[in-house]
Design a protein around this ligand. Sequence first.
Ligand SMILES: *[C@@H]1O[C@H](CO)[C@@H](O)[C@H](O)[C@H]1NC(C)=O
Ligand SMILES: *[C@@H]1O[C@H](CO)[C@@H](O)[C@H](O)[C@H]1NC(C)=O
Ligand SMILES: *[C@@H]1O[C@H](CO)[C@@H](O)[C@H](O)[C@H]1NC(C)=O
Ligand SMILES: *[C@@H]1O[C@H](CO)[C@@H](O)[C@H](O)[C@H]1NC(C)=O
Length: 689
Amino acid sequence: MATEFIPFSRRGNSNWRLINPPNTATTMPPVIIFNPFILLSLFLLISSTVATTISAPDYNNTYCPGNTTFAHNSSYQTNLNSVLTSLSSNSTTQSGFYNTSAGDGGASTVYGIFLCRGDVKEEVCADCVAMAMNDVLVKCPNRKQAVIWYDECMIRYSNASFLGELDSDYVFFVWNLHNITNNVTGFTTVLSDTMNKIAATAAKGQPGKKFATAEANFNSSLTLYTLAQCTPDLSSIDCSTCLKDCTDRLPQCCNGRQGGRVVYPSCNIRYEITRFYNIENAAPPPPAPVTQPVAAPPPPAIAKKIAISAPIVVALVLLIIVGICLLNRKGKKTKLDTIEDTENDSEDFISVESLQYDLSILQVATNNFSDDNKIGEGGFGAVYKGMLSNGQEIAVKRLRKSSAQGVDEFKNEVVLLVKLQHRNLVRLLGFCLTGDEKLLVYEFVPNKSLDYFLFDSEKQRLIDWPQRYKIIQGIARGMLYLHEDSRLKIIHRDLKASNVLLDNFMNPKISDFGMARIFGVDQSQANTKRIVGTCGYMSPEYVMHGLFSVKSDVYSFGILVLEIICGKRISDFYQSNVENLVDHAWMQWRNEAPLEFMDPTLRNSYSSDEVIRCIQIGLLCVQNDVNERPNMASIVLLLNSYSTPISRPQQPFFFPPSKIITSLMSNQSTSKSMPSSINEVSITETEPR
Ligand SMILES: *[C@@H]1O[C@H](CO)[C@@H](O)[C@H](O)[C@H]1NC(C)=O
Ligand SMILES: *[C@@H]1O[C@H](CO)[C@@H](O)[C@H](O)[C@H]1NC(C)=O
Ligand SMILES: *[C@@H]1O[C@H](CO)[C@@H](O)[C@H](O)[C@H]1NC(C)=O
Ligand SMILES: *[C@@H]1O[C@H](CO)[C@@H](O)[C@H](O)[C@H]1NC(C)=O
């Protein structure tokens, strides 16, 4: 059989991810892939231990067999979308596997499954499936069949039913770059014995799950961790056949390696010398204490996984990892150091030139910034939709001329922001700086913004409670990434419904982050003379004293959550004389009738536990005392686990808009024309010096 080596790409933030294998259209040879480990992700792990759920799924590989494609707007596409949506919406309720189909059984019928690794938690599984359903469409554009693999999950779809069928058309390998240093033969024997054992356990299966893990003490300092899994639709015999084939193939990739994987669409095996699965969800009993080899730091792709295992193990392993890092730091310069303190490490460096777009290209793409292409107007300038000559859709933000930022600072900020990549953030692609034009180029997000749906009496019916809950969770994760990403801390300062865009699957993507940096507002100053924000969403301490912190973002998040639940804009309350949004929520809460606050169109879809929890979180976020507001890490935790206790909110005091205006007027004596309506208008004014 043919064997192929795939180079890997290590540009930008996605350092250790692999690029797509070349299209293996006709012969479908097996693909062999390196698993490079870069200490960067180790670094990310250490800096993100607060909230283990944020680590993004680790992409492995994609397989797009055949070269048959479906036509744009065809019923195949419609069916595929509903299969993917159904997979994603069942990813939290099912036990790590789900099969579904859409269509009438004819040629345009689509069959799909997802499978999560047997030990991952529901929310990790859900995250992974959500990411996979988007990525697979990008990596296998218009293909009738596709499989995409991550460490945590896989998604597969096809025009033919494959349920219950053993598929051995395609296999790929991943291996650890480090080698076992002595007694390779002995190691190989223990490995194959352990693999055979767990293959049998997995094939027998628990109900709905064909998954097993086991560990074996190779010697006093080396423990072997193994995993085997089949899709649960396989018969025991097929599962056993598939896993045996994997084990037989291990020498092809992984002889003498510290870790390896053999992956088929129907089953896969993996081993490492560090624990890479979650112990609490995995079947076998707890092992003897782990003795880590101190000589070599564990590969971080694996180390990342440790973050989701039992807290004690986490603490132990982290201590060791941190120790190793510190040791390494003292010693010769390690890769970790290189990445951390010099941004222009050749692997990691994004050159300013590569981000630069020609003005003429953007003019053509946006029809010379025609009004027809205009899709929005924000505090920092207008946004235009554009299409590049290769068909890529983009959104171009044309910054107001008043930007205080110098050319070099501007470029530096763009480079930093380009590196922020998270599926709940709109991705910045590059910029254009010509004459006094300053333009930012973003990915185009197709489904308009949240306010478009949320505040329209007809369209709000389209987003039911599960979707709204997913949107709230997504926004929280995006904000957490901004606040706690290891490279730079970003305070959004203008989080609101119109800055949350929605993709084709209604996944939220936060836009307009980092604008204060791009525009030259000093982030390190906690006291700013420049107010950036939108009335109603701004925290009292920000409006009154210009004080901002991550907790001002938390306040805006709270307002947004309350809006999402009640389906009304905060500004809708200004006109009428009834109590404002926050007081309204508080009243119902205090009267122990929190569900009265809910948008009536959610009546058929809501989960009262979730709604009440979200109202409570919303009220905690809008507390006047900054210290009473939770941080984004705890919010993400509260949204993901119902068992986490949650404190009781006090009555928040809401600042009526008249006070805000007065405050702005007196703070900013020369503000230009005050907007005639304060609704949804971003305010960016500078106090004269
Ligand atoms: C796809 O269908 C939509 C609505 O049915 C239509 O507006 C759009 O132009 C179609 N696109 C193509 C490429 O046919
Ligand atoms: C799936 O599509 C391929 C390529 O168009 C075709 O050969 C095959 O017959 C289809 N299978 C089914 C079950 O429709
Ligand atoms: C591991 O062994 C392979 C072949 O046996 C060799 O090519 C590779 O350089 C070794 N890797 C390390 C990190 O020593
Ligand atoms: C596949 O889905 C159908 C209907 O959704 C269900 O009846 C069947 O049991 C599922 N099969 C497996 C193996 O989960």
